[in-house]
Design a protein around this ligand. Structure first.
Ligand code: NI
Length: 136
C-alpha cells in the first residue's frame, strides 16, 4: 500500500526569460513581461510529494522533518533571494522557466532521496500558474 506525503515550501527569486539569439522585440513578443531586461521577481511556491510504503516501525512513509531540512539545504539555500540567471550556474544557459526550475529542483532532490520512494515536484510561479514534474 503506497501513501503520498507532501511538504510545501517557498522561495523568492528573480529571473529573465529570453533567447540570446533573438532581438528584444522577439523576446518581448514570446515572453512578455518575463523578458524585461532588468529582471523581475516571483514568489515561488513548491510542493514536494514522496510516495512509498508506510514504515512498520515509525509509521512514517518519510520523515517530513527530514524533508523540510532537505528542501532548505538543497533548494531554498540555492534559490531563495537569488537572481536565477546570474546567481545559479545551471540557468546561465538554460531559460529559468517554471518548467526548467521544476526539473532542476526534482533532480536535486532525487539525488538525496532513496530510490524506494517515488517523488514529484509541483512549482507555482504565480498562484494560478504551476507546473509538475514528472508529468502525470
Ligand atoms: Ni517571470
Amino acid at each position: 500500500m503506497d501513501v503520498t506525503v507532501s511538504r510545501k515550501a517557498h522561495f523568492n527569486a528573480a529571473h529573465r526569460l529570453y533567447n540570446k539569439n533573438w532581438s528584444d522585440q522577439e523576446n518581448s513578443s514570446e515572453f512578455g513581461k518575463c523578458s524585461n531586461p532588468n529582471y523581475h521577481g516571483h514568489n515561488y511556491e513548491l510542493i514536494v510529494n514522496i510516495t512509498g510504503k508506510i514504515n512498520d516501525v515509525t509509521g512514517y512513509v518519510y520523515d517530513l522533518g527530514k524533508l523540510k531540512n532537505l528542501i532548505k539545504v538543497e533548494i531554498e539555500d540555492r534559490l531563495d533571494h537569488k537572481n536565477l540567471n546570474l546567481d545559479v550556474k545551471y540557468f546561465s544557459e538554460i531559460n529559468p522557466t517554471a518548467e526548467n526550475i521544476c526539473v532542476y529542483i526534482y533532480n536535486l532532490l532525487r539525488k538525496k532521496i532513496e530510490d524506494d520512494f517515488k517523488i514529484s515536484v509541483i512549482l507555482f510561479e504565480t498562484p494560478r500558474n504551476f507546473v509538475k514534474y514528472p508529468a502525470d
